[in-house]
Ligand binder design. Structure first.
Ligand SMILES: Nc1nc2c(ncn2[C@@H]2O[C@H](COP(=O)(O)OP(=O)(O)OP(=O)(O)O)[C@@H](O)[C@H]2O)c(=O)[nH]1
Ligand SMILES: [Mg+2]
Length: 288
């Protein structure tokens, strides 16, 4: 049923030029970010908690602090995203069909979401300490047409998915759905929702699909630097409501990110390091 529903959300692909972005962000490393004044650092690391004051009224039991690693945890997680001769971070391969996906058994995470939501940009931000890794982003929706696999040493694999909805590749359903259904080493799906747009019908289909397959997933609100704060707050409350009432396998705390300003990226690195079993948290933050 989901397959049929998802089919109706698809459109043919149109592809234009890529946007070059090779300069490492000045806040890409935790060490650099730590030079910020304390309040700014906290807002950069924990953008959801930064909205706490504005969310208290009517927000009920919103999960702001469920995953709250210490500065040491964040610094340790960053090592995983920093390449070295013994720990290479590389583009590995691309696939449009399951018989083309790489046979890798290490834990895997994938980034899923509507076209143009910012999947590739977020992956580029996560990998910004490995500038030789090329992750292509575009202003034009439908840019990523294949499942692109990146290996992070022997620690885990990360997959950049083509976007669903407007201008999705025509073979999206076959490609992505069979990946989600059969990929044995997939430990977490990151479902990206544009913070300035909120949850759309296609996102609900993706959530239903994840629940149907029993896949643990996490909602990430992207582009939080964009648009009015009131809109972001409204969309955040909508997300919280959907997580609480309409999902079975979703992590209770949404993550907020801006790939341009780097908000929430350090926290997400730490969460990925944790869910792929690569760090045990020193703090009592929960991650499962
Ligand atoms: N303001 C702002 N713009 C962003 C952010 N992240 C991505 N963008 C912009 O959004 C557009 C789409 O970004 P992509 O990362 O290519 O989106 P995608 O989800 O990979 O898109 P597809 O591959 O088409 O599915 C680009 O113009 C990005 O520069 C962000 O955090 N803030
Ligand atoms: Mg993309």
């Amino acid at each position: 049923m989901i397959v049929t529903k998802a089919h109706s959300l698809l459109r043919p692909v149109v592809l234009f030029g890529t946007v070059p972005w090779r300069v490492t962000h000045k806040l890409a490393s935790f060490q650099e970010a730590s030079r910020l004044p304390e309040k700014k650092l906290q807002d950069l690391l924990f953008p959801l908690a930064a909205l706490e004051g504005e969310l208290v009224r009517g927000a009920g039991d919103i999960n702001l602090q469920l995953f709250r690693p210490s500065a040491e945890d964040i610094a340790r997680a960053e090592k995983l995203f920093t390449p070295s001769p013994k720990h290479k971070i590389d583009y590995f391969s691309s696939a449009v069909r399951m018989d083309h996906v790489p046979l890798i058994s290490q834990p895997e995470v994938c980034f899923l979401g509507r076209s143009n939501v910012g999947k590739s940009s977020l992956i580029r931000a996560l990998f910004s300490l490995a500038p030789s890794v090329e992750v292509r982003v575009s202003k034009t929706p439908g840019h990523t047409k294949k499942m692109n696999f990146f290996t992070v040493g022997r620690a885990f694999t990360l997959v950049d998915m083509p976007g669903y909805g407007y201008r999705a590749p025509t073979d999206f359903v076959d490609m992505v759905e069979s990946y989600l259904e059969t990929r044995k080493n997939l430990v977490r799906t990151f479902l990206l929702v544009d913070g300035s747009v909120g949850i759309q019908e296609a996102d609900r289909v993706a959530m239903e699909m994840s629940d149907e397959f029993g896949l643990p997933f996490v909602i990430v609100l992207t582009k939080i630097d964009k648009g009015r704060k009131g809109v972001l707050l409204t969309n955040l409350l909508q997300v919280q409501e959907v997580i609480k009432r309409h999902t079975a396998c979703c992590y209770p705390q949404p993550f907020l990110v801006s790939s341009t300003q780097f908000s929430g990226v350090h926290l997400l690195r730490c969460f990925i390091a944790h869910v792929t079993g690569n760090i045990a948290l020193m703090s009592d933050a929960k991650g499962s």
